[in-house]
Design a protein around this ligand. Structure first.
Ligand code: SAM
Length: 347
């Protein structure tokens, strides 16, 4: 019998109120990190020697299900499972299968994930069966040696098999590429043509000062305003009114016929329309990716099998969601904007 069988549907009982922050933004999107562990060590994301959390601190899959369900019952209609690398968590497909009941009930519009693709060749068919229609795959280069250098441990061929498997399973893949000065900046047109040639969107991301990594952030940072200017010399790029519920703004590239997303936390602040919060695998709720304020949801989750305490903690946290973050990468040796790595908060 499924370990998730006894969990109730999100819409059981009276309808709880939606989540609205002090700036009248409706919180409809939650990103849940299911593990802080990863089978890669991207140079901008993690340090080579990471200390991972002890198992007792990490929410069980049943607790993660309950937490996600509590958010869904409060009007959250988009869930993104992330990490660390979500597909390295043992039993993770059980969570996807269980959460798919919220897609079936109509409470959830989308169940998706962000992955490095290393396990995708094995998981894609099961993800599709659980209702995953779209995923974000992080890939910063198509050069196998550079891929190894950026990820420290990754195997590009394995990830490419994952891309094939996802597309064969009918899952739309969006490629996320962190733009790194002097590392992959010359490869952006090639990545654009490759992604669009396979019917995939490409989204470029500016590196954010999250957590200490060995590299100097000012050496990594490449403003996308510059990238956009360069790309506009080769392609006709037209702004389009396309949104996925995330922070990217989109352009249509006339020559390739595909979409280019730009996530520009520095050159274009993406906070005004923020509809998201993030929960770590320990049940810590971050109301903003770039701020330290957080709320512990694990204690109320574990203190009672009813959701009253949990809902109270969520309400109190949403009531202090900040207007936005304040990333600056302008000084050598500057401390990260927040101490935690992206792998902790979940991308
Ligand atoms: N392991 C999964 C993956 O690789 O997609 C999910 C977690 S990963 C932390 C999520 C995304 O965050 C990836 O696209 C990664 O490139 C991005 N990321 C990590 N650290 C970042 C940073 N400091 N600045 C910008 N993006 C970052």
């Amino acid at each position: 019998m499924s370990i998730f069988r006894a969990i109730s549907p999100a819409n059981a009982g009276s309808a709880p109120s939606p989540l609205i922050d002090p700036f009248a933004r409706v919180i409809s999107y939650v990103r849940v990190s299911v593990t802080d562990r990863c089978d890669m060590r991207c140079i901008y994301c993690m340090s080579e020697d990471m200390n991972f959390l002890p198992k007792r601190d990490v929410l069980t899959l049943e607790e993660l299900d309950r937490l996600c369900t509590a958010f869904v019952s409060r009007g959250v209609n988009k869930l993104r499972i992330t990490g660390g690398e979500p597909l390295v968590r043992r039993g993770i497909m059980g969570l996807f299968r269980s959460l798919s009941r919220h897609l079936e009930s109509g409470a959830l519009a989308e169940l998706t994930l962000t992955t490095n693709g290393s396990q995708l060749a094995n998981c894609a068919a099961d993800l599709a069966a659980a209702g995953v229609r779209r995923l974000n795959l992080s890939m910063d280069t198509l050069d196998p040696n550079k891929f190894r250098a950026i990820t420290r441990w990754g195997d590009l061929a394995q990830v490419l098999r994952g891309v094939d498997a996802a597309q064969n399973a009918g899952i739309a893949v969006k490629i996320n590429m962190v733009a790194l000065k002097g590392v992959n900046e010359a490869e952006i047109p090639h990545m654009l043509e490759w992604a669009h040639g396979r019917g995939m969107d490409l989204t470029l991301i500016e590196v954010m000062p999250l957590g200490d990594v060995e590299a100097e952030r000012t050496d990594q940072f490449l403003p996308l305003s510059l990238v956009e200017t360069r790309l506009a010399e080769r392609y006709v790029l037209e702004p389009i009114d396309f949104a996925t519920g995330g922070p990217a703004r989109y352009l249509h590239a006339k020559e390739t016929g595909g979409r280019l997303g730009l996530i520009t936390p520095h050159t274009h602040n993406f906070c005004e329309a923020c509809n998201r919060v993030r929960v770590t695998c320990t049940g810590t709720l971050y109301m903003c990716l770039g701020q330290d304020d957080a709320a512990d949801l694990r204690a109320p989750l574990r203190a009672s099998s009813a959701d009253d305490l949990l809902n109270g903690a969520i309400d109190a946290a949403i009531a202090r969601k900040p207007r936005g973050h304040d990333f600056v990468v302008d000084r050598r040796g500057a401390k990260p904007a927040v101490a935690r790595h992206m792998s902790v908060t979940g991308g």
